[in-house]
Design a binder for this molecule. Structure first.
Ligand code: ADP
Ligand code: MG
Length: 833
């Protein structure tokens, strides 16, 4: 730790709880100079006085004013991290937690042993850690272990304007923890930091804070930004419109960086590709050369190159006893994929050109454009590039998703091109059916995006929509907690013994129907104790909304995964199933293990490539699905087989590339497996589990147990195929009935069970695209259902079926859930009890 020294400057007036020690920090001259330019430095005194005198302080400041990087340093210097205390900072995004801890460590000239981070899968926290960046979910878990958070002297909730679900709940919890700590004589400071967006939900909420906390505004030197609206709003091709706009800016307007907002990773890459082709930047130094190319293209090219060299198609040997795949020739081939020392990719664009023959595409004598992608899944070292000055003689152009809106600030941006859209996951509140939709942003977001252009000098923002459309935008986007299912949140809260969740001081409460659906699911999973059926209906309902947690629920709450998956883990102790269910749960939690091979290709060559990959993937999928009874575990068996095969091959980028797996996802699965194994060991100390990456494939008996375990966890996700005699009309052909929806649902074409059509299945999730599709499907046997899911079964006369209700949000008819298996039309088989 840094040596402590008396403060050089005059000490601010001292309140009783202010620490007495001041800690010196040894910063490099360049850092010192850069810091002094940040608007927040001017406010240090004001901020520290407010913090010293108030338990709770809100700091609002324009993005880039220095909140995240500087406030922890102010506190550290003022001694808040001395004598054993620590400063905790929560971020809603993992990337921000990692990159900000690195930045602050660098600025303070301290090692990551002192300024550390902790995110779900990893961290570098030590005993010496004094400043800890973490995701909001991590702090919530810590509250479960130690409600008073005694090791912290300060908690900073950063990016509160994002209103992530965990941020909201943390603020609610801390509003209670702070007075408790006060009572104990160990005061805890709470600092809420937000971009200059609506903070009234925090300040004017008497349920939350009895005394209105002071709000400190940090004035950023924001230069004027001229906003240009499009006359017309393009209907669909906003990506093409972005391209044309960037070309025009680059050709006609004076120097200054360009920042483009698009909605997703694929769009970002596609625009980068077009722009690079239009204004090529020839690197003669390799320094900037590698990372600014997109991963996928880079990997495909190297993959092709390595294949050419070997002159054989690298088909793997198939070894059924060992998960099926052994790379043909090992050795330094793997290094080839990883190594960066390749010449620049001028042939790359020819390979993967998008075949668009617009006039615009050929450049005249314009400057080269230095194009960088930016999105949250991009590796941190590649994200770092946007902070550096572009190579001399080029113009910087960053093509970004929403991350550039508030989380990261890019220096030197003068022009912003805003498509006005954002990609969001939408959930049906009760059924949990989700879909990705591209929607208009809010007015607050649009203004935030425009603001990115005026950080260093006056700038311009080009909105690719009309002012009339802008006026129709929502003022603010709704907090996450009001938009998604909350069962994981409710389980965490119950584990904190917050029984009457409905009375919790949420900054914005979730809708009651979402709370009720969550409690009902948790009761069915056995995580909550079912209330006795007494009193009037109203009392029964109230009792249902305040059930205490059960012993099983406590175990489930220790696993950092969704309650349905936690239940699977809790049941897997027998028959050595744990390593497999841990793997399946990890794979389901990480999501999107497999590369998207159905995407539209931008050129014939890419189309051919994709076709080849698809064919190969289908082959692999079959192998991973196993044979005979194994196949019935369906897509979950494929996940298990894919992880097993990938680990067997050393989890190399090349193996993933060849097998249609996403390398990043596979690494996450590996980390989550480790983490869940630790969690299981901590719950049942005699399990003595360890992660064996190359675990042996499960036996047939184990697969049968796994199917039952999966059924027990996904109990409300059972579906039954519609029988021939029930076929009402054509739209029910090959359809399934579920407990929660009136509409037909289908097995997704990417599923291994797509052609099998088992009578009863469980699914991981339903995603709505052109139809309602079940993904992550396994077959189950009907006679297991009454044994494993009694809460969902009625023995005897089926309940009266209440009339289905119309759900305005989704435009879909939804039925209540009288009895799952009555709804899906299941007749009780003759079982001996
Ligand atoms: P805020 O939290 O108020 O949005 P930050 O503390 O994140 O602001 O950033 C302050 C400044 O530090 C920004 O201008 C940004 O450009 C700069 N900065 C942040 N991270 C880095 C980094 N890794 N490298 C260089 N500059 C950085
Ligand atoms: Mg910040």
């Amino acid at each position: 730790a840094a040596p402590s020294a008396p403060a050089a400057q005059a000490a601010p007036s001292r309140a009783p709880c202010q620490p007495a020690v001041f800690v010196a920090v040894d910063r490099s001259p360049e850092i010192q100079e850069a810091r002094l330019k940040l608007p927040i430095l001017a406010e240090e005194q004001v901020i520290m006085e407010a913090i010293n005198e108030n338990p709770i302080v809100i700091i609002c400041g324009e993005t880039g004013s220095g909140k995240t990087t500087q406030v922890p340093q102010f506190l550290y210097e003022a001694g808040y991290a001395s004598s054993g205390g620590a400063i905790g900072i929560t971020e809603p995004r993992r990337v921000a937690a990692v990159s900000m801890s690195q930045r602050v460590a660098k600025e303070m000239n301290l090692s990551h042993r002192v300024v550390s981070y902790q995110i779900r899968y990893e961290g570098n926290v030590t005993d010496e850690t004094r400043i800890k960046f973490m995701t909001d979910g991590v702090l919530l878990k810590e509250i479960q272990k130690d409600f008073l958070l005694s090791k912290y002297k300060v908690i900073i909730i950063d990016e509160a304007h994002e209103r992530s679900m965990y941020t909201d709940i943390l603020i609610g919890l801390l509003s209670r923890i702070v007075p408790l700590r006060q009572k104990k004589g160990l005061p805890l400071k709470l600092i809420i930091m937000s971009a200059t967006l609506r903070v009234e939900d925090f300040t004017d909420n008497t349920r939350l804070f009895s005394v209105k906390p002071p709000v400190i505004q940090v004035d950023a030197r924001q230069f004027p930004v001229t906003v240009h609206f499009n006359k017309k709003t393009p209907l669909d091709d906003y990506s093409g419109e972005c391209f044309r706009k960037v070309c025009k800016i680059h050709r006609m307007l004076p120097a200054g960086g360009i920042l483009v907002f698009l909605t997703g990773q694929a769009e970002v890459h596609s625009l980068c590709r077009r722009l690079r082709k239009a204004f090529p930047y020839q690197k003669n130094n390799t320094a900037g050369g590698e990372g600014d190319k997109e991963d996928s293209v880079e990997e495909i090219r190297k993959f092709k190159k390595s294949r050419k060299r070997r002159k054989v198609l690298a088909l793997p040997k198939i070894d059924l006893n060992n998960y099926s795949v052994v790379p043909v020739d090992e050795g330094d081939e793997d290094r080839d994929i990883d190594s960066d020392d390749d010449a620049a990719g001028s042939d790359l664009d020819l390979d993967l050109g998008d075949g668009d023959s617009e006039e615009d595409e050929k450049s005249d004598s314009s400057l080269p454009l230095y194009v960088l992608p930016l999105y949250s899944l991009l590796a941190p070292e590649k994200q770092e590039k946007v902070f550096r000055a572009p190579p001399p003689g080029t113009r910087l152009c960053v093509v970004a998703t929403n991350v550039a809106e508030t989380s990261l600030t890019i220096p030197g941006i003068k022009y912003v091109v805003d498509c006005g859209k954002v990609k969001q996951r939408f959930y049906d509140r009760i059924t949990g059916v989700s879909s990705f939709r591209v929607t208009w942003i809010s007015q607050a977001s649009a203004n935030q995006r425009a603001g990115r252009a005026g950080r260093t000098e006056p700038g311009h923002c080009y909105r690719l929509y009309s002012s009339a459309v802008f006026m129709d935008f929502e003022k603010f986007s709704a907090p996450e907690i009001t938009k998604r299912p909350v069962e994981d949140l409710i389980l965490q809260m119950k584990a904190l013994n917050i029984e009457k969740v409905i009375n919790f001081p949420f900054p914005t409460p979730p809708p009651t129907e979402a709370l009720a659906a969550a409690e009902e699911l948790l009761i069915a999973l056995g995580a909550l104790k079912e209330p006795p059926v007494t009193g009037r209906l109203k009392q029964q309902l109230a009792a249902k909304l305040s059930c205490p947690i059960s012993a099983l629920g406590r175990v489930m709450a220790t696993f950092p995964v969704a309650p349905r998956y936690a239940k699977m883990l809790a049941l897997s102790r027998q028959h050595n199933c744990l390593p497999y269910s841990i793997t399946i749960v990890s794979a389901m939690t990480v999501r999107e293990l497999f590369e998207e091979l159905d995407r539209p290709a931008v050129s014939e060559e890419e189309a051919a490539q994709l076709k080849g990959k698809r064919a190969r993937f289908l082959q692999m999928q079959k192998v991973w699905a196993g044979q005979g009874p194994m196949q019935k575990l369906g897509d979950l068996m494929v996940m298990l087989g894919a992880v097993g095969a990938c680990e067997y091959a050393g989890c190399t980028p090349r193996f993933c590339q060849e097998s249609g797996l996403r390398h990043k996802a596979m690494l996450e699965v590996r980390r989550l497996r480790g983490q869940l194994t630790t969690a299981v060991n901590s719950v049942c100390t005699d399990a003595g589990l360890y992660v064996d990456p190359k675990m042996k494939p499960p036996t047939e008996a184990q697969v049968t147990y796994l199917r039952q375990i999966v059924l027990a966890g996904l109990g409300d996700h059972v579906a039954r195929r519609v029988q021939a005699e029930e076929l009402l009309d054509d739209k029910w052909k090959n359809a399934y009935k579920t407990a929660l929806l009136e509409d037909p649902v289908f097995i997704h074409p990417s599923s291994v069970l797509f052609r099998e059509l088992p009578e009863f299945v469980v699914y991981q999730e339903i995603v709505e695209t052109t139809k309602l599709y079940m993904k992550g499907v396994s077959a189950v046997e009907p006679e297991w259902i009454p044994a494993l899911l009694p809460p969902y079964c009625h023995f005897g006369k089926p309940l009266e079926d209440p009339p289905p209700s119309y759900c305005p949000g989704t435009g879909r008819v939804r039925c209540h859930r009288p009895s799952v298996f009555y709804r899906v039309g299941w007749q009780l088989p003759a079982v001996e009890v």
